[in-house]
Design a protein around this ligand. Structure first.
Ligand code: B12
Ligand code: SF4
Ligand code: SF4
Length: 257
């Protein structure tokens, strides 16, 4: 009953997929214990937002990213509204967990481990299964879906898992990854992916600064009009940005028009 009311509210807000996982069914070895976020957490609510096909497939990654930013804005607001809804109507505490940032940038994880592993939460909430690209494939939207979660003290039963395997092992994701980050099955080489897909993130800034320091003054002046600096500048007000969406775009599994 509670689940159906919450599901309806989520769809009204604009989510494309909704699922629930009892906290015992969420297992992600490398992620923090969810009780460190919400001590009496009983369940996880997962909301999914489909990517825009024309944007994710575009060779112009600025368009793919602009569309992602729309999804991120919508999901951020909805996560907050959903948490308010749970607290107001069900008198149970709720903690909204972001789509990505902010992340723990401490030395042990350096922004590579989220407070909740949203992929593992989505799988536990019956919203999909892992594919060869280590992303979650949804039965209707394929890989073209992003998720957010809300931890809550409200006890909710897990939705049924997606049966079977949605990945047909075609290998298109592995071939399309120019960074070769997916060569080893069951593991994404995060540093290779990061370098290729976020060239204007902190790694890019450090590479630029390293190049800048220690070169003669005249060369430094030339580096000030380097397009990389302009892109790093742009990243400061856009926020983090991906320049690669290939593993999402090429996956043929369950892709709806
Ligand atoms: C940090 C991060 C990254 C880092 C590191 C990724 C990584 N491997 O952990 C980098 C920058 C490389 C990255 C890249 C991308 N990311 Co990212 N990322 C995250 C973030 C913020 C945290 C991930 C995390 O906690 N990882 C650490 C832990 C969980 O990983 P782990 O325990 O080692 O688990 C791994 C393995 O155990 C394996 N695994 C576990 N069980 C099983 C079972 C099977 C059968 C298989 C095959 C594998 C497998 O899968 C995990 C991933 O390698 C999440 C959001 C979130 N809070 O969860 C988004 C998230 C995972 N990213 C996402 C996306 C879409 C991307 C990109 C496509 C970039 C883009 N353009 O959007 C690429 C895809 C890279 C890829 N193919 O793996 C989506 C995935 C959506 C989906 N449909 O699955 C998420 C969930 C964001 C969101 N809120 O929707 N990401
Ligand atoms: S986002 Fe790009 S670089 Fe990263 S794994 Fe996917 S295809 Fe490879
Ligand atoms: S592109 Fe092919 S191999 Fe890769 S996840 Fe999708 S279906 Fe599986």
């Amino acid at each position: 009953m509670d689940k159906e009311q919450i599901r309806e509210f989520g769809y009204e807000l604009g989510a494309d997929a909704m699922g629930f996982a009892a906290i015992e069914d969420y297992r992600s070895e490398k992620s923090p214990d969810p009780r460190s976020i919400l001590p009496n957490v009983k369940s996880i609510i997962v909301l999914g937002y489909r990517e825009i096909n024309g944007a994710v497939e575009s060779e112009n990654a600025r368009i793919s990213m602009a569309s992602r930013m729309g999804g991120m804005n919508l999901s951020r607001k909805n996560n907050y509204l959903m948490a308010r809804h749970i607290e107001k109507h069900f008198k149970a505490k709720a903690a909204p967990v972001p789509l990505s940032y902010p992340l723990d940038m401490g030395p042990e994880v350096m922004g590579l481990v989220g407070d909740v592993s949203i992929r593992h939460a989505a799988v536990a909430a019956g919203l999909g299964v892992f594919g060869r690209h280590n992303l979650v494939i949804h039965p209707q939207f394929g890989t073209r879906i992003i998720f957010t979660t809300i931890l809550t003290e409200l006890p909710l039963r897990s939705d049924p898992s997606v049966p079977g395997n949605l990945c047909n092992q075609c290998g298109l994701c592995v071939e399309a990854c120019q960074a070769k980050a997916l060569d080893e099955e069951g593991k994404t080489d995060v540093m290779k992916c990061l370098r290729a897909s976020q060239p204007y993130g902190i790694g890019g800034a450090i590479r630029y600064l390293r190049q800048f320091i220690g070169i003669p003054h005249e060369e430094q002046k030339a580096l000030l009009s380097d397009p990389i600096l302009l892109s790093l500048y742009q990243a400061q007000f856009i926020g983090f940005q991906y320049t690669c969406f290939k593993c999402m775009a090429v996956c043929p599994a369950c892709t709806e028009a």
